[in-house]
Design a protein around this ligand. Structure first.
Ligand SMILES: [Mg+2]
Length: 174
């Protein structure tokens, strides 16, 4: 049961996710979280480095879709200028948005990775949906209100996984 909270892969940031590695594993699409995964939760726009990452993925034929639990205003004002499709108020870890995502992407779940910074929403939802999951260290050390509550539970899961030697690198706030 707890295994459902354990990511398949852990990286320090999305910039460690490279198209060559994805293509080698037959991955054609990325479902990614927005807040504290792509940019800090309180940063309105994409950074130049992120724009480059989108561009590189695109040039390798890898589709990117943002799936966020945040409100329409936040998600659309971030995604529209960078021309990345999105789903807002996704209610992760619920499965509906993930199913909608692969339909929009026109790929199978086996060809898709789910990237995010939270065990309770991104990783749990992705694993339950049968996706390959990648956990990133949160971009910012702060969180929005609801996330702060989730982090308390996450902290205990993290400690458990660390004791078991299943997660090594993370350095997170309390
Ligand atoms: Mg997040």
């Amino acid at each position: 049961m707890l295994k459902l909270f354990l990511p398949n892969q852990q990286v320090k940031s999305i910039y460690e996710v490279r198209p060559e590695d994805l293509l080698a594993r037959g991955v054609k699409a990325i479902i990614t979280d927005l807040d504290n995964t792509l940019v800090a939760w309180d940063q309105p726009d994409a950074t130049p480095q992120l724009l480059e990452w989108f561009k590189v993925m695109r040039s390798h034929g890898i589709k990117v879709l943002i799936v966020s639990n945040n409100k329409e205003k936040r998600v659309s004002s971030f995604s529209t200028p960078v021309d990345i499709p999105y789903i807002f108020e996704a209610r992760k870890p619920m499965g509906k948005a993930f199913r909608k995502a692969i339909k929009l992407l026109n790929v199978r779940k086996e060809e898709t990775v789910v990237i995010g910074d939270q065990l309770l929403t991104d990783v749990f939802g992705g694993n339950r949906g049968g996706f390959y999951t990648i956990l990133v260290i949160p971009v910012a050390q702060t969180d929005g209100f609801w996330t702060r509550i989730n982090r308390r539970i996450e902290r205990r899961l993290m400690d458990f996984f660390k004791r078991k030697g299943l997660i090594e690198w993370e350095e997170r706030k309390q």
